[in-house]
Design a binder for this molecule. Structure first.
Ligand code: PCA
Length: 200
């Protein structure tokens, strides 16, 4: 089985992005080939690069990962919405408000990633996890929407399972103590469990 796993480059002045730090350190479970990809924090572009890679690699599953600073849990996302409206610009300087990801697209897509099972497995390992019902309105949701739209519309991807996981800030980011953070090893472990659950 082949799984594409993506993380993001830093954004909003951050020196690192814990999503990529963890994704780049993941180990492939037995009989699983991992294809790792770092994506830019740029509307449209992130999904474009992912879809090019999917057409080339023809994966069985795609797990995208991003940072949700302020969250205290690892949060598998249930739904991607057709909206761009964050309070900061993307890394290319694009700053949309109340815009759709796709003017002709449907309002939302639900993931087929087993978010309940993933959340339970992560919690069993003693790490904080919770299903999230909003991936936000920034580049993470944009990528998630682009992924699920492609799975729903491109025959080539019909059987692909795709999803998105937000991770909290990491202690490696040197943020004020009021911002919840996990150790980088905890984020890695949560994602390792995610990949193993998807592979099973
Ligand atoms: N988090 C942002 C974009 C990149 C990332 O890691 C988000 O939640 O949209």
């Amino acid at each position: 089985m082949k799984i594409i796993v993506t993380g993001f480059e830093p954004f909003d002045g951050g020196a690192i992005n814990p999503s990529w730090e963890a994704v780049s350190a993941l180990n492939a479970p037995e009989n699983v080939q991992l294809v790792k990809l770092q994506l830019p924090v740029v509307y449209g572009k992130a999904a474009e690069i992912l879809l090019e890679t999917m057409r080339r690699e023809l994966p069985d599953a795609v797990v995208c990962v991003g940072l949700a600073e302020g969250r205290a849990e690892i949060t598998p996302e249930r739904v991607a919405i057709n909206c761009r409206d964050e309070s900061i610009p993307d890394n290319g300087g694009f700053f949309p408000h109340d815009e759709p990801v796709d003017a002709a697209g449907q309002p939302a897509y639900f993931t087929r990633l087993p978010v309940r099972r993933i959340t339970e497995e992560i919690r069993k390992a003693g790490l904080p996890a919770k299903i999230s019902n909003s991936a936000g309105v920034y580049v993470c949701n944009d990528l998630f929407y682009g992924l699920l739209r492609a799975i729903a519309s491109e025959p080539l991807f019909k059987s692909v399972i795709g999803g998105f996981i937000h991770v909290p800030a990491s202690t490696g980011m040197a943020l004020p103590p009021s911002v919840p953070a996990l150790e980088p090893e905890q984020i890695l472990k949560g994602l390792q469990i995610t990949i193993e659950t998807v592979a099973r």
